[in-house]
Design a protein. Structure first.
Length: 272
């Protein structure tokens, strides 16, 4: 975990919800947009915006970092955040469905491509028969991992298997792979114990893995539905502060920052 140093905003490393206070929901500054984020890449992208672009746009940001995929949405629903940045639309839709929340996407921001990693093989096709592959145990991320493997022909999936695909939807498994379901944050640490692991980009980057260099299989941005989105509670889409941040996230300046800093490990969704 790391704490982002931001000259203007107060950045809080949040492991829970205690002490969280959003600007429009009881915080100390009603003009400050409080945004929940995972440290990498969302926190770094937001820190760049705060340091270089926000003041000119008339926007004040406060970033609260989280280490999991549940609390940022819980905090947003309860009003201790004004927005968050870390999730894709399939995850958001499933979260709303299973948790009874009322959250909506405002804009795509960037794609942190999911990838397969291994300390034992250099290409996904080199996995041996009976190899163990670790995948996220969270519903939509597991489905995403299986879809990535299916796209390469490692496994086959039912035709109607969508973002929530599970091992039960596997129709062919030529190498008789065994799938080990783990918490997403644990996947990088599993690489010593499994033949390969399919890992979300933020956790890969946090563990010192370079998706563009280290992944033995990596998603592409074309036609990809898993771009990370700026999300708010329904009804807050037209908040002027949210609109300002959405515009900055999709600006050429942020696109260039993502291209320069991550060099293919995180992909901008805007053209240019």
């Amino acid at each position: 975990m790391r704490q982002i140093a931001v000259p203007v905003a107060t950045v809080v490393l949040a492991l829970g919800l205690t002490g969280c206070g959003a600007g429009s929901a009881g915080g100390s500054d009603d003009d400050t947009l409080v945004v929940g984020a995972t440290a990498v890449p969302a926190g770094e992208v937001l820190a760049h915006i705060e340091k270089n672009l926000a003041e000119k746009a008339g926007l004040s940001l406060e970033v609260k970092e989280f280490t999991d995929y549940v609390l940022p949405n819980t905090a947003l629903q309860e009003g201790s955040l004004d927005a968050n940045l870390y999730q894709n639309v399939p995850f958001l839709d499933n979260f709303n469905k299973t948790k009874g929340t009322d959250l909506v996407a405002v804009t795509d921001a960037y794609l942190p491509p999911m990838g397969a990693y291994s300390k034992r093989v250099k290409d996904i096709s080199a996995l041996s028969e009976g190899a163990t592959v670790a995948v996220p145990n969270e519903l939509t991320n597991e489905g995403r991992a299986l879809q990535l493997l299916a796209a390469k022909g490692v496994i086959g999936l039912k035709k109607d298997a969508g973002p929530t695909a599970s091992p039960a939807d596997i129709t062919s498994n030529p190498k008789k792979l065994t799938f080990k379901e783990l918490e997403p944050a644990q996947l990088p640490r599993s690489l010593d114990d499994v033949d390969a692991a399919v890992i979300n980009s933020n956790y890969a980057l946090d563990a010192g893995l370079d998706p563009a260099e280290d992944a033995i299989l990596l998603e592409s941005v074309k036609g990809n539905e898993y771009a990370n989105v700026l999300a708010v509670k329904k009804g807050n889409e037209d908040d002027p502060r949210v609109k300002k941040l959405a515009k900055l996230l999709t600006s050429s300046e942020v696109r260039k920052f993502i291209q320069h800093k991550y060099r293919g490990s995180v992909l901008p969704v805007t053209a240019g």
